[in-house]
Design a protein around this ligand. Structure first.
Ligand code: AGV
Ligand code: CA
Length: 311
């Protein structure tokens, strides 16, 4: 039987590529999609999501808009990426958008979808956890219908990826955007699989990967990968603040094929205040999370490229 997945994302290039790949996995069934305006602007990210479902899915889905707000907003330059994906010709060929906008806000859409699904649902989150925290407050009974949360977030390394005034650099952005939401989910009984910077640092966008997609662009789905990853800066000489990694795509690939990675359990807490806010830190009496800390890089890129060929 197919694993039931509810996907909440924040409209970055790798979030939208993740949506595309989920639609191509025959081991999973997407039960719902929602978009939070964290690393994106909401309108282009909603349109892009609905058009990706139209172009690559089999119908039957709607997409919910989040009305959640940040504690620490993302930089504008990154949030612009959703406009570029939404404008791609391959997503605009038909001239219409069929997949509807849900009438519930994301957190209620999540709760309703989980409760209406007979089996337990795996939650896949590739942005901040705000909608999940709010769903747990609004409908605590969903907790027992959640199989697990798979989240791109956090790190236990000294260096995070937040480089902002008044911060010490130890946080990962999806935690930093709303640290209280992460702490709320840590307080729940939900099983957490964390795809942290430990593993995502091993899958930067590099020129050899781009060249591979260019060579295989006769497949429409591989061409789509190439077009999407033409919008963001690759790792060339050294990593900068804007260097792009396949953070969310690795998280999504882990749902489809857990053999790609290694996992270890770490007891941890989330810092919610001060210069380390958004930091996930190991502590003996913290709550256990399963941390994906290593990945077979070549197998990962093979897996995602083969999935794209099914489009
Ligand atoms: O911290 C990684 C998260 C992922 O969910 N996002 C991007 C991915 O969608 C934030 C982010 C960190 N560095 C970035 C980010 C960058 N250089 N460009 C865009 N987004
Ligand atoms: Ca994201």
């Amino acid at each position: 039987m197919k694993e039931k997945i509810y996907f909440n994302h924040d409209g970055g290039v790798d979030d939208l590529v993740s949506l595309f790949l989920l639609l191509k996995m025959d081991t999973v069934e997407l039960t719902g999609v929602s978009v939070i305006p964290a690393d994106c602007y909401l309108e282009p990210a909603m349109f892009a999501s609905r058009k990706i479902i139209d172009r690559f899915g089999n119908g039957g889905l709607d997409v919910a808009e989040s009305n959640s707000r940040p504690k620490n907003p993302f930089p504008k330059d990154w949030r612009m990426h959703a406009f570029y994906v939404d404008a791609l010709p391959i997503l605009n060929e038909s001239g219409t958008v069929v997949t509807p906008v849900a009438d519930q806000p994301a957190h209620l859409h999540l709760a309703e979808t989980v409760l209406a699904t007979e089996e337990k649902t795996t939650l896949l989150f590739t942005g901040p956890l705000t909608d999940l925290a709010r769903a747990l407050d609004a409908a605590p009974e969903i907790e027992e219908k959640i199989e697990r949360l798979v989240w791109m977030g956090g790190t236990f390394r000294e260096a995070g990826n937040v480089h902002e005034p008044e911060h010490d650099g130890t946080a990962e952005w999806n935690v930093f955007w709303d640290p209280e939401a992460a702490a709320r989910v840590w307080d729940s009984g939900i099983k957490i699989d964390l795809v942290a910077l430990e593993s995502t640092n091993q899958v930067p966008l590099t020129l050899d990967v781009r060249e591979r997609w260019a060579k295989e662009r006769k497949h429409i789905g591989v061409d789509f990968l190439g077009q999407c990853y033409a919008m963001v800066p690759p790792l060339v000489h050294f990593s900068t603040n804007s260097t792009y990694y396949l953070w969310d795509v690795l998280t999504t690939a882990f749902v489809g094929n857990s053999d790609l990675v290694k996992v270890q359990t770490i007891n941890s807490i989330v810092h919610t205040d001060g210069p380390s806010q958004g930091r996930t830190a190991e502590t003996a009496d913290g709550r256990p999370v399963n941390v994906v800390y290593d990945v077979n890089r070549d197998a990962f890129f093979d897996y995602m490229t083969e999935l794209a060929k099914k489009a």
